[in-house]
Design a protein around this ligand. Structure first.
Ligand code: SF4
Length: 386
């Protein structure tokens, strides 16, 4: 639904520069990109590539890979070459790894220039980034703030994180390098959110947002949703990573759910379902579980309501592409684009809804192809004239 008709749904995104991470634009008017990170040994190329492929399949736009040693940057070359999405090389301690990663095909280097050391080393890394078309991410973390800032502020606080970020940024700016984004992460949501709010006002580069070390799947997702939801709702954040002690694909799924909840990205099937109660006319929980699983492969944005009875079913179905409302006498109502369409009986629910959503996805795909062909037809005479 357009926010023009429903201003209470509007989010005004913070204006900022746009940079490129490979072929993915970050910042400006680009969609908020979703990132995750592999946790396999980078030297295990097959395992790392499998994780990248799975993350990309789940919708990741960008994947980060650690490069702790030279063997990892050697492996990175093969990993980048076969990757369906741009790769960010995560560099912590040694500037040479950054130079090697840039040469290996990384689209972005996650490195803090203030930690590189001598000026000529900084210049070498920036030159490598320029030569290979790499952008950079400055990644400030409350857990590894510089000693002089801890001495100055006594503890990690928003001002310390922002000062650290701006110090690192100045080094790149002084070298006329502006293709960077920044993160100021903390595991404490209050600290992270306050730091990002201050940073958003202090610099015009894109912001990579995340709540670091957020925890396991459930607790970490909730904590991240509170912190990142707060920022995204305020228009802050150009690329997002949900840090979970869980499989990287879970991070991607959690990120999308956050973005979808705020209408910032639409991808895959969104299921609206009731919690169920004694009024339910079919087993709502089981049905939703199976339908979500069966439709996980759909990447086109389609909304489905699965509601146990007529109390809320027709109302929710009005707002979704396909709706199911539990009715009486073992039959249930199916809605299409908000209108009552046909009824079906108990045993058929899952198969029927899955088939309908798959058919809808196919129809969207065909329409998109036809539209693309029509646009290409219109563009061709213009190109020939030119
Ligand atoms: S929609 Fe019906 S079945 Fe679902 S929770 Fe509400 S009253 Fe219960």
């Amino acid at each position: 639904m357009s926010s023009a008709y429903r201003p209470y749904r509007s989010i005004d995104r913070r204006l900022c520069r746009q940079i490129m991470v490979g072929n993915v634009p970050v910042g400006g008017d680009a969609p908020i990109s979703v990132q995750t990170m592999t946790n396999s040994l980078t030297t295990d190329i097959a395992a790392t590539r499998a994780q990248i492929d799975a993350a990309a399949e789940a919708g990741a736009d960008i994947v980060r890979v650690s490069c702790p040693d030279e063997a990892s940057t050697v492996a990175l070359k093969e990993i980048c070459a076969g990757s369906p999405v741009p790769i960010v090389a995560d560099i912590h301690f040694h500037y040479r790894r950054a130079i090697e990663a840039a040469a290996a095909g990384a689209a972005c280097l996650r490195i803090n220039p203030g930690n590189i050391g001598k000026q000529d080393r900084v210049r070498e890394v920036i030159k490598a980034a320029r030569d290979h078309g790499c952008s950079m991410r400055i990644g400030v973390n409350a857990g590894s703030l510089e000693k002089h800032l801890l001495d100055k502020y006594a503890e990690p606080c928003p001002e310390a994180l922002v000062e650290s970020a701006l110090d690192h940024a100045r080094i790149l700016q002084d070298n006329d390098f502006h293709e960077f984004k920044i993160s100021v992460k903390a595991s404490d949501v209050f600290l992270a959110v306050a730091a990002y709010q201050q940073l958003a006002d202090a610099i015009d580069c894109p912001l990579h947002i995340g709540i670091t070390e957020a925890g396991g799947l459930r607790a970490g997702t909730i904590k991240s949703a509170i912190g990142l939801g707060n920022l995204l709702w305020a228009g802050i954040g150009d690329t997002i990573r949900v840090s979970l002690s869980a499989d990287p694909t879970e991070e991607v799924k959690a990120a999308y759910e956050m973005l979808k909840s705020l209408g910032l990205r639409r991808r895959g099937v969104t299921v609206i379902s009731c919690p169920s109660c004694a009024r339910q006319q079919f087993d709502v929980i089981k049905t939703v579980e199976v339908i979500e699983d069966r439709l996980a492969h759909i990447d086109l944005p389609i909304s489905v309501s699965i509601i146990g009875c007529v109390v809320n079913g027709p109302g929710e179905a009005r707002e979704t592409d396909i709706g199911l409302t539990g009715g009486g006498k073992d039959t249930h109502q199916i809605y299409v684009s908000g209108m009552a369409d046909h009824r079906l009986s108990n045993g058929d629910i899952v198969e029927h809804v899955v088939e309908m959503v798959e058919a809808k996805a196919e129809a969207i795909r065909v329409a998109q192809k036809a539209e693309a062909a029509e646009t290409a037809d219109k563009e061709l005479p213009k190109k020939m004239k030119a």
